[in-house]
Design a protein around this ligand. Structure first.
Ligand SMILES: N[C@@H](CCC(=O)N[C@@H](CS)C(=O)NCC(=O)O)C(=O)O
Length: 207
């Protein structure tokens, strides 16, 4: 299995997820700051030319939520997803999709100040998204209660990036405590170490 990734990007979700899974994988650095994502060989893996992307035998996929779902299903022993017949699966899928469908557009709205009617914006509004997330984290420790899941990898990365990188989130006490729990996980720390260790652009090939 190969993870195509770049540091300080949405690929962190896939990196953290793979570290949680215990699966063996190889990392392929795609230097998106120098245009490596436009290489035809990479575009055949993800026609969008974006990281993360994953290949596993004949399977290839992109979209971080899809990768997290795929990896969770591939590693049942790591217990990162409720079983298919578990009612918690509903809430799990809800939060996996919420990230790209609601959280990210809400961040963009906040950063750009674009005004849209609440009824026609799929995410409602930034304030509503934040309110709903805060309520979802009120009980904890994780989105599904006591069980950590791939949905926490998605949402945890978003809130963490929202606070520290994008600076669009002023954390409520529930969000701050949640991010602290996320960042204390050994797999999260390993992913951060990998970024620090391997995140420099690859040396140019000798000519
Ligand atoms: N919806 C995608 C978004 C991936 C994405 O936008 N990745 C950015 C980095 S954060 C990227 O690869 N940008 C390079 C480019 O678009 O040229 C996901 O969640 O995986």
């Amino acid at each position: 299995m190969k993870l195509y990734w770049a540091p300080r990007s949405r690929a962190f979700r896939a990196l953290w997820m793979l570290e949680e899974s215990g699966l063996t994988y190889e990392r392929v650095f795609i230097d998106i700051r120098s245009g490596a994502q436009d290489d035809p060989a990479f575009r055949r893996i993800n026609p969008m030319g974006k990281v993360p992307a994953l290949t596993h035998g004949a399977a290839q996929l992109a979209e971080s939520a899809a990768i997290c779902t795929y990896v969770a299903d591939l590693a049942p022993a790591a217990r990162l997803a409720p079983a298919i017949d578990d009612p918690a699966r509903g809430r799990y899928l809800h939060w996996l999709f919420f990230s790209a469908a609601c959280m990210e557009p809400a961040f963009v709205q906040k950063m750009t100040g674009i005004a849209l009617p609440r009824a026609s914006a799929g995410w409602g509004s930034y304030d509503r998204v934040m309110e709903v997330v805060d309520q979802a984290l009120a009980t904890g420790p994780w989105l599904l209660g006591t069980d950590f899941s791939a949905a926490d990898v998605m949402l945890g990365t978003d809130i963490w990036y929202g606070i520290h990188l994008l600076k669009v989130v002023t954390p409520t006490p529930a969000m701050a405590a949640y991010v602290e729990r996320c960042t204390a996980r050994p797999a999260f720390r390993r992913a951060q170490d990998i970024e620090a260790r391997e995140g420099a652009p690859p040396a140019p090939a000798p000519v």
